[in-house]
Design a protein around this ligand. Structure first.
Ligand SMILES: [Zn+2]
Ligand SMILES: [Zn+2]
Length: 257
């Protein structure tokens, strides 16, 4: 059979009998053709619901009447606003750790699909952004892991929003330590000056949507934003799969305040 007929027949079969998608977590069949999570694994994810900080997208305490969270009142960051889909907690945290430890591209793509679905549903929030840029890994780290999960997410969101993804326009010039092991001051210093734009002309005069898997202190995203603003970008928004507050992690330990 020629390639053409084989492709044609496969296409026809897929149309009549859609290939079953298996849950990236438990392996059960999913009911949804484009979402790689079964209803049970999907329902376990801690999706963010209002009230959220209008600036960084983190959960606000229910009692507060403010629109801005304490983190945003204290810190001046270089991106204009950030949004996330889930809290960095429970299964969302476990799935992201799984991506890193097992180097699971299947799970990374499944999570990217979730982010893409959110971007499509909330497309009004992202219409102004002309270009999508993933937070880069250092070259050595990316070789070690085999892929950059932020770039996997950027690709999925780029398709959902029909925007070009410029992977490689922003680079990490030195290997940085994992932020999770550091305190607030160390986190800031760890990423300071760690990013560089390779082709400023591609960003000049444009609004950029920066993609990553997690936002905690926001310092990494802020440093990326700073590098892109210096290169001539007019505004940086951030979209991450998860967000979390450093203070909450610390207060549960009862130290480091
Ligand atoms: Zn499942
Ligand atoms: Zn905030």
């Amino acid at each position: 059979m020629t390639g053409f007929w084989r492709d044609f027949l496969t296409g026809l079969t897929d149309l009549l009998f859609p290939p079953s998608v298996r849950c990236a977590v438990c392996g059960r069949e999913t009911a949804h053709p484009t979402l790689a999570f079964c209803p049970t694994c999907l329902s376990r994810l801690p999706f963010l619901t209002p009230p959220l900080c209008s600036r960084c997208g983190r959960l606000l305490r229910l009692a507060t009447r403010r629109e801005i969270c304490p983190e945003c009142e204290r810190e001046r960051l270089f991106f204009s606003r950030a949004r996330a889909v889930c809290l960095y907690d429970g299964p969302a945290r476990a799935y992201l750790q799984e991506v890193k430890i097992r180097r699971s591209l299947v799970l990374a793509r499944a999570l990217a699909g979730l982010l893409a679905r959110y971007a499509r549903e909330e497309s009004g929030l992202f219409r102004a952004y002309a270009v999508i840029v993933p937070v880069p890994l250092h070259r050595e780290r990316e070789t070690e892991r085999g892929f950059n999960q932020a770039a996997v997410m950027a690709t999925a969101v780029g398709e959902a929003l029909r925007r070009p993804v410029l992977d490689g326009i922003l680079i990490r010039t030195r290997p940085t330590e994992a932020q999770r092991r550091l305190d607030r001051r160390e986190r800031r210093e760890n990423v300071q000056g760690a990013f560089r734009v390779t082709m400023p002309a591609a960003l000049a005069g444009r609004r950029i949507l920066l993609l990553d898997d997690i936002l905690t202190t926001g310092y990494t995203a802020s440093e990326c934003a700073r590098a892109m603003l210096r290169a001539g970008a007019v505004e940086i928004g951030v979209l991450t799969l998860t967000n979390g507050s450093l203070e909450e992690n610390w207060s549960t330990g009862g130290e480091n305040r």
